[in-house]
Each structure stands twice: as C-alpha cells, then as structure tokens.
Write a protein that binds this ligand. Structure first.
Ligand SMILES: [Zn+2]
Length: 444
C-alpha cells in the first residue's frame, strides 16, 4: 500500500474540493479506499474527480455559460418556472421551463421531465448542457443531469436578483432578462383574452418611452393612462425574434410619478405622446441594436437572390419550413412572395423584406408580372429579373422595427408607401449610377 502522510493527503483533498462538491470526510474515505487497493495516488485523485464531478467540470457562473457546453454545473435561484405540455414522438411530455439567476446574470432553463421546482428555490443543476433557444442561452436538464435543491440564506433572493440596475429605455437590450426604468405611456390598448381556465380577462398593451427610445409592453393589470410617467422595476423582458418587449407581471413593481407641476416635463410628455413620425437617417441608427417604429425614406438598390415564392401558414402567416408551420404543424397555407431588397437612404443601407401586400402598394405592374409567372412555373432567375426591373431605383417610404443583430441590419417592414413624385428620385438615382460609372471609366 502506498504510504501517504496525512498532511500530504489533506493537500490533495483541498485540491479535489476545489473542483467538486464533496466534503473532506467523503473525499478522504474514497481516496483511502482506492489507495488501499493499490491505486496510485494520482490515479485515485482522477477517479474521485471523475466519479463525483461529471467530467471534472467546475461550477460555472451564469455569465460564463455559452451555447453548446456539455457536462457543466450551475448553481442559482429559480426566478420563474412554468410547466409546459409538449409532444415528443406524438407522446405528451410535461417539461419545466423557466429562468435561473445568480449574481452574474440570468439564463433560460428547460427540464426535460416534470420537477417539483418552485420559484425562489436555490438549486444545483449538475451535468447539464446548453444550447440557444429563442435567441437566448438555454440550460438543459436532461436524463443524465441532476437537480439538487438546497437551502442557502446567504444567496440573494429572487426578488433581490430581479431588481436590476436602472437603465434608460434605449439601454435595455435583448440580452437583458429584467428591466428597471421609467418612461411615459405613449400608447395604450386594452384587449380581451381567454386564459387557460376559460375565463375572459383583459390585458393592456402599448408603448412606453423616454427621450432615448420606446418599447412595447404587455400587462394583465394596468391602472395607468396615456401620458402618465411611470417608474417600473423587475419587469420581465420577452423576445419577439430579436426584439425585446416588457412584461409587467406579478413580480413587477410599477408606480406613477406625479410631476404635474413640472412644466418642462409636461411639455416633454405632450410632445412625446403627440409626436408625428420624422424620417430617420440610417447613419443615426447604426449604433443601435434595435429601434422600434422608425420611418425611413430610401431607394431600392438591389434585389437579393434569396427572393422568391414561399408558402405561409393560414393561422399565423409565418413561412412554412419543409411544408410545416413551426407552431401549427401541417396546416392550410397560401403562396406569398418574399422579396429581400437593399434599401439605401444616402447615409447607409439596410435589408428590407417585402411581401405581396407591400408590392400591391408599390407597383401594380410587378404584381401582374409575378402572377403571370407564378402560373407558368417560372424559374428563380426570371422572378429576380422581374423584381429587379420593376423595383430597383424606386423610392420608398417604409416604417417598421429596425434590428441590428450579428448577421445583418434590417427593417421588419410594417408599412410602405411610394412618395408621389418619383421623377426626382429616379433622376438622382440614375445620376449617381452614372457618376459611379464615370468614375470606373476614368480609372482605366
Ligand atoms: Zn402557423
């Protein structure tokens, strides 16, 4: 038997403890057992680590996790959790989805089986793996993972973690999970909905903004009016593709700031609520990650080759993938046109996506040409040719939501219109093309 001095053993125990969560006695016992069976000390250490730590991984802070990690351990507080019924291979499965938080941030989690997790639980997720889901990092607790609930009064509570640092509206980004800010209610609608128990309730939705930007919100209970200045904390941020919006729920604290006497604020409120659209310049938007509800005037420069006919779901109008809707499955569907174009406003360029209803506003001719081709089973090149000859050089006013993600800058188009007099724009466009061409020629 290899002789190990107790002082030396202690050093090794400390080293192992750094990497796994096991008390001194258990580590000592396991090491001694292995040494007794003539396992060399270094080998014994590795075995203890392997047995107890899932690939020897260390516990990670939430801000250290990235998509596609395997065998990691995370410790945190359950901030939100919800049971969901999904179908896997046509069999119903209850899963748990929610938000986990620690002092470094938040992440989404999915437990692929029913758990007894409740909000405010302090948990150890062991041997979990990560991916990206709905644009957020998602921690997966699978069959080979473990959940250990513990009690820890030292660890910040759910309420404390959610109460994040105050930001201006423009500083709230899609990576955030919670927001604390203040703003003016700019738009407000009340809508009826039927909840899961079949009872009818009302929720409010609208826009809240300050002098930096505006954000949409949804709220079940809402006692405020257009023009009110409100302070909110612990509002949850949901994502609609790349765009964040605020959810005022049971955890959110929201209150009206009474500043009726403040004349400057009153004027600002009046101006913001009654603001009509001004045309934005793309050069002013490039440093933003997103911007809701902008109006841009520009010229179509180019039709991208990925444009063409697509099928869309009748229920949600989303594009089908492999003849199925991601939400509704195999459904009734219709043909639409997907036009991805580059729009230039003289200060910058962005991608826009237009569909048939936009084209109907822009040009009757292109719609007629396309419909003829649709019936003739035309080639992709022919569609691009028709779109290019009808649309390139046209001046457009588009409004929608601006997104600047890691791949591209684009506008989710809500509406288009064609300014009345196109001659000036067409002339300018032709002139700029001509001067570019002259530049090319004089280079030779
Ligand atoms: Zn659908």
């Amino acid at each position: 038997m290899e002789k190990v001095k107790s002082g030396e053993l202690k050093k090794h125990i400390e080293e192992i403890k750094e990497k796994i969560e096991l008390n001194d006695c258990d580590i000592k016992r396991e090491l001694e057992d292995l040494i007794k069976y003539r396992v060399p000390l270094e080998e014994a250490k590795k075995t203890v680590l392997r047995k107890n730590s899932f690939a020897g991984s260390r516990t990670k802070n939430i801000d250290e996790i990235e998509p596609n990690m395997k065998g990691i351990n995370i410790v945190g507080r359950i901030i939100k959790t919800q049971k969901k019924e999904i179908k896997v291979n046509n069999k119903p499965l209850i899963i748990d989805v929610g938000v986990l938080g620690d002092e470094t941030g938040f992440c989404q989690f999915t437990c692929w089986y029913k758990t007894s997790l409740v909000e405010d639980d302090y948990v150890h997720f062991k041997n979990v793996f990560t991916n990206k889901w709905d644009n957020r990092i998602n921690v997966n607790v699978g069959k080979k993972s473990f959940i250990r609930k513990k009690s820890n009064n030292q660890f910040p509570t759910k309420q404390k973690l959610m109460n994040v640092k105050k930001k201006s509206i423009a500083e709230i980004i899609p990576d955030d999970f919670f927001a604390t800010s203040k703003g003016i209610i700019l738009q407000l609608f009340h809508r009826k909905f039927i909840d899961e128990n079949g009872t009818e309730s009302t929720y409010a939705e609208g826009f809240i903004g300050d002098n930096t930007a505006k954000l949409p919100f949804k709220s079940k209970i809402f006692n405020f009016d257009i023009g009110d200045l409100v302070y909110f904390s612990s509002a949850f941020i949901e994502l609609d593709d790349d765009l964040p919006y605020l959810i005022f729920d049971k955890n959110t604290k929201i209150s009206k700031i009474d500043q009726e006497k403040d004349e400057k604020l009153k004027k600002l409120r009046y101006d913001m609520v009654n603001k009509t659209h001004e045309i934005a310049q793309l050069s002013d938007l490039v440093h933003r990650i997103y911007f809701y509800d902008v109006l841009i005037e520009g010229t179509i420069l180019y039709i991208k080759p990925e444009s063409g006919f697509i099928r869309k779901c009748f229920e949600c109008n989303k594009q089908l993938e492999a003849n199925k809707c991601n939400i509704h499955g195999v459904v009734e569907n219709y043909t639409d046109i997907y036009v991805k174009a580059v729009l230039d406003d003289g200060t910058g360029a962005i991608n826009i996506v237009l569909d048939l209803k936009h084209l109907e506003i822009i040009s009757d001719k292109v719609v007629t040409d396309l419909k003829v081709e649709l019936n003739n089973d035309c080639s992709k090149d022919e569609i691009i040719r028709i779109l290019t000859s009808n649309l390139v050089g046209i001046n457009l006013l588009v409004n929608g939501n601006f997104v600047n993600n890691s791949y591209e800058k684009f506008l989710i188009v809500e509406g288009v219109s064609v300014p009345q007099d196109q001659t000036d724009y067409k002339l300018n466009y032709l002139y700029s093309r001509l001067s570019k061409l002259e530049g090319h020629l004089s280079d030779r």
